[in-house]
Design a protein. Structure first.
Length: 309
């Protein structure tokens, strides 16, 4: 897939990739599998990343009933619909291999399931877990989403990620080696107040050099019950306006390979969780507005990308 100035859309969304891959729309089913995270359970840290509040982005909460969660989601669709299960909350490879096998198998046994998207961290990918994922990738589309958030070690330290950029690169290399059919995605965040616009745009180029298939770009949002939220309440720091975030996201995408699909480029939460910026609660149509902005400014994903040789 290569986008050009005349392509239908300026952004190559993941949804579009799924239609190309499965020749039909594929719907996401979010599942909370009751996992935890080493940056929260004490094995690495207890506070978690400074911006993290899983309830602020995950509609589902673990209730011990994965089957029920899936049944409730699937019943809204006609028989024959295709689905991707999204294990989003916490680190969904952070458990024993038998336990992970049980969960992944249970999820994929539902009719219409064509794959798994698994959110995790670079330090939760032991060799035996990668072998397990490789097994599932023989029959299913398996996408591993490894959070990075920033290409700056200083930022990763300041937000208490508990890993470095080198740890991320190392994890990517191991996934490619030990589970070659597993697809890879990462998440990046734009808006940490100590980072600069040129660095965010350059991140599009750095992401292009990675062997990833999908990327999620997030605007920084400050939410309740987080260390960042407490910091903001003590002393508000500058947060990107909608216009500035849109402009920077468009420039980032112009640097990004047109072959990397976009899972999303906007983070939303409800007023109940949101501290700042206020525009986020009113911006559910952000993707459409971003595409309009890009068209108007003759930008498209990959316009300035330099692909790895
Ligand atoms: S953002 Fe992810 S890695 Fe960080 S504390 Fe939350 S669940 Fe853990």
């Amino acid at each position: 897939m290569v986008l050009s100035a005349n392509s239908r859309r300026p952004i190559f969304f993941y949804k579009e990739y799924l239609v190309q891959r499965f020749e039909a729309p594929v719907y996401k089913v979010s599942i909370d599998a009751g996992m935890t995270c080493p940056n929260r359970d004490g094995s690495l840290g207890v506070g978690g990343c400074s911006y993290c509040s899983n309830p602020s982005f995950s509609k589902k909460a673990y209730d011990g009933e994965i089957d029920l969660q899936i049944k409730q989601s699937l019943q809204r669709y006609p028989v024959g619909t295709k689905f991707i299960a999204y294990l989003q909350s916490y680190s969904n490879t952070y458990a024993s291999v038998p336990h992970l096998r049980e969960i992944y198998t249970k999820v994929l046994n539902f009719p219409g399931m064509v794959g798994l998207n698994i959110g995790t961290r670079p330090d939760c990918l032991q060799d035996d877990v990668l072998s397990l994922l490789n097994e599932f990738s023989d029959k299913f589309e398996v996408m591993l989403e490894i959070g990075l958030e920033s290409f700056s070690d200083d930022t990763l330290r300041r937000v208490n990620r508990g890993h470095t950029v080198a740890d991320f690169y190392n994890a990517v290399e191991r996934v490619k080696k030990l589970s070659p059919k597993v697809k890879l995605a990462t998440h990046l965040m734009i808006g940490f107040p100590w980072e600069e616009e040129s660095f965010w745009v350059e991140s599009g180029h750095l992401a292009t050099q990675l062997p990833i298939d999908m990327l999620k770009l997030h605007n920084l949002i400050v939410v309740n019950k987080t260390a960042l939220g407490e910091e903001y309440k003590r002393q508000a720091f500058p947060i990107l306006s909608k216009e500035n975030y849109m402009r920077i996201a468009a420039d980032f995408l112009a640097q990004l390979s047109p072959q990397i699909s976009i899972g999303r480029c906007f983070a939303y939460t409800t007023a109940e969780h949101l501290i700042a910026p206020a525009w986020v609660a009113e911006a559910r149509s952000f993707h459409g507005e971003l595409e309009q902005f890009m068209r108007k400014n003759q930008l498209y994903q990959g316009k300035f990308s330099i692909l790895p040789t």
